[in-house]
Design a binder for this molecule. Structure first.
Ligand code: NDP
Length: 297
């Protein structure tokens, strides 16, 4: 079996390079061209001919325009990468009868209320990033290709920057941190997403009727403020010397950004767990593991 992975160096793409390897022959691309193969999703014609040349059985797309605030001003680019390119992937997957595995976001929802979102809930993005990701989902559904779309939230990887590392860095120099307390979600490890992807793909290959949209997030819920508090406490318990003495909760409106953020990022993951017989660990499990790596403990 041949697998084409796009976006191999992103948080999720990096972990997929590891987890997809035992599943089949893996061709992994980032936006650079290698051997005439192009993984730059802003070059639609080159991406199309890459898929036609590789003829994969499974396309896994971890590439995305993920700069939420910049998408408000670079809207055209965000839609090109998150929607138009996805149309190309989906159309080519349909021609090849290949599976398309794709990632989306809770930002397709409005963020209203406090109930975890179901896959069947009405969408209503509040920013351009969310709108572009929704357009990508819709292109996949319209193409008729076999697909798994995993909507996830608050993704972190041990590699590169993440919220927890930022909090640790700031806590070394500052005695006070102000952190948003009215946005609620579940920090979800890129490693968990990659591992769940492989298990789900294996099953979907045998059961094409599993094609569809699934919510994929770690179990439980937390605010950014409580998440930061957890990170700092964990670091201190493990001997980190930090300057911080107060972590203050603030509301989203006190921290204006170009893109509006949804307040309710909770995702109901029942459909994923039931259909694929999966267990999703509590968010603290992956976060603590990542912190041990970061703190070298
Ligand atoms: P990252 O931003 O870590 O990775 C995205 C990757 O896409 C990067 O390697 C980036 O490359 C690449 N990329 C950007 N533009 C292009 C392009 N034109 N052509 C090819 N590659 C491109 O994202 P994550 O791994 O965190 O996200 C994975 C998926 O999960 C995405 O679909 C995202 O929308 C979704 N998601 C992410 C969340 C999060 O909190 N991060 C939350 C919810 C959903 P480069 O570094 O060179 O720009």
């Amino acid at each position: 079996m041949k697998i084409l992975l796009l976006g191999k160096n992103g948080q999720v793409g990096w972990e997929l390079q590891r987890s997809l390897e035992p599943l089949g022959q893996l061709i992994a691309l980032d936006r650079q061209s290698v051997d005439g193969l192009c993984g730059d999703l802003s070059d639609l014609a080159a991406v199309r001919s890459t898929i036609q040349r590789v003829r994969p059985d499974v396309i896994v797309n971890a590439a995305a325009y993920t700069a939420v605030d910049r998408a408000e001003s670079e809207t055209e680019l965000a839609f090109a990468v998150n929607a138009e390119a996805i149309q190309v992937l989906a159309d080519e997957a349909a021609v090849l009868n290949a599976w398309l595995i794709h990632y989306s976001t809770d930002y397709v929802f409005s963020g209203a209320g406090s109930v975890p979102w179901l896959e069947t809930d009405a969408v209503g993005p509040v920013n351009q990033y969310g709108a572009s990701k929704l357009a990508g989902e819709q292109a996949i559904a319209a193409s008729g290709c076999k697909h798994l779309i995993f909507r996830t939230s608050w993704v972190y990887g041990a590699r590169g920057n993440n919220f927890a590392k930022t909090m640790l860095r700031l806590a070394k120099d500052r005695d006070t941190l102000n952190v948003i307390a009215d946005q609620i979600g579940a920090p979800t490890g890129a490693d968990l997403i990659a591992d769940v992807t492989v298990l789900a793909v294996r099953q979907a290959l045998q059961q094409p009727e599993l094609s569809g949209v699934y919510h994929l997030a770690a179990n439980g819920e937390v605010s950014w403020h409580a998440y930061a508090t957890h990170v700092i406490a964990f670091a201190q318990e493990n001997g980190e010397q930090l300057a911080v003495t107060a972590i203050n909760p603030i509301d989203t409106i006190a921290y204006p950004t170009p893109a509006q953020r949804p307040l309710n990022s909770r995702l109901n993951t029942q459909k994923l767990r039931d259909n694929f017989y999966l267990h999703l660990p509590d968010w603290r499990s992956g976060v603590n593991r990542m912190l041990r790596e970061v703190l070298n403990k």
